[in-house]
Ligand binder design. Structure first.
Ligand code: DHB
Ligand code: FE
Length: 287
């Protein structure tokens, strides 16, 4: 059967992708950001998944205000890299996992979470920057990807608790797929940032680090945090962090799955990257 072996959490700041694409990643400013991913790039080589279930948000790139799915699962064989206004990033196309994705769609919808099925979607920095951070600049991405887009851009957005429970349904869906696959689930976006208005530039290190503590130790309680707390404490775009609860909900120690607490393989926090705090965690399920 397929198994979720680990979860990865990371911010997806577009300027990080630009820094890599423009060869600025060795500059001192950016080196401090990328240093936090040296471990991760080695770790993913040693723990190469077959498929990454990549939870991200589209930033009004593939979906405009004309159509706003709350949860959308990519079931396509491949995904083009989006043009976000400066041409597509010079990174490989993303290979999908249509059979597993279709199975997860079926199972999760049967578990009462309605998903939008997406057979064609260009993927923006929300998906490609985490791949670049974790894998560097390969000719091909070393695994298949199931893009899972969450609306955190236009209210009403889903609650942390709904995301956490959805993660549990995704774990059950993966474990009922009858093929031996090593699956990782990634949650992306955050940490604290606000990109517009009088509070633009807001960073809350203390709240961010508390979020990381709680995500590791007590995700069930963290899932009860209200939208208004995210916005007050972590800025308007800090709401992206609810996506991390989908990945955490898919781990083996929650939702009655009976597993042990995950191992914290890596933890990193850094300010600044562009206007944003960068947070990163790797949690491994213990066998
Ligand atoms: C920025 C955009 C994002 O989508 C994000 O998650 C963080 C930062 C930005 O434009 O700086
Ligand atoms: Fe974002």
């Amino acid at each position: 059967m397929a198994r979720i072996t680990a979860s990865v959490y990371t911010s997806h700041v577009p300027a990080i992708g630009a820094a890599m694409d423009l060869g600025k990643d060795k500059e001192p400013y950016w080196q401090k950001v990328f240093a936090g991913y040296d471990f991760s790039r080695q770790w993913i080589k040693e723990n190469k998944p077959d498929v990454v279930f990549l939870v991200f948000n589209d930033h009004a790139t593939a979906f405009s205000l004309e159509m706003i799915p709350t949860f959308a699962i990519g079931t396509a064989a491949e995904y083009a890299v989006a043009d976000e206004g400066w041409g597509p990033r010079p990174v490989p196309r993303v290979e999908g996992a249509p059979e597993l994705a279709s199975h997860i769609a079926h199972s999760v919808i049967q578990q009462d979470f309605d998903l939008t099925i997406v057979n064609k979607m260009d993927v923006d920095h929300g998906l490609t920057v985490p791949l670049s951070l974790m894998c560097g600049q390969p000719k091909e991405w070393p695994f298949k990807v199931i893009p899972f887009a969450v609306n955190v851009v236009q209210y009403p957005v889903p609650s942390g608790m709904r995301c956490f429970k959805l993660g549990q349904a995704i774990r059950k869906a993966v474990e009922s797929f009858d093929e031996d696959l090593n699956v990782q689930i990634w949650g992306t976006g955050g940490m604290s940032h606000q990109l517009q208005g009088p509070r633009a530039g807001l960073i809350n290190r203390e709240w961010d680090n508390k979020f990381l503590d709680r995500l590791i130790e007590d995700p069930e309680a963290l899932a009860k945090v209200s939208h208004i707390e995210y916005v007050n404490e972590a800025g308007s775009e800090g709401i992206e962090l609810v996506m991390w609860l989908i990945a955490r909900g898919a781990m083996a120690d929650v939702g009655g799955a009976g597993g042990r607490k995950p191992l914290v393989k890596h933890r990193f926090y850094h300010v600044p990257a562009s206007n944003t705090a960068v947070g990163h965690l790797i949690l491994e399920n213990q066998q």
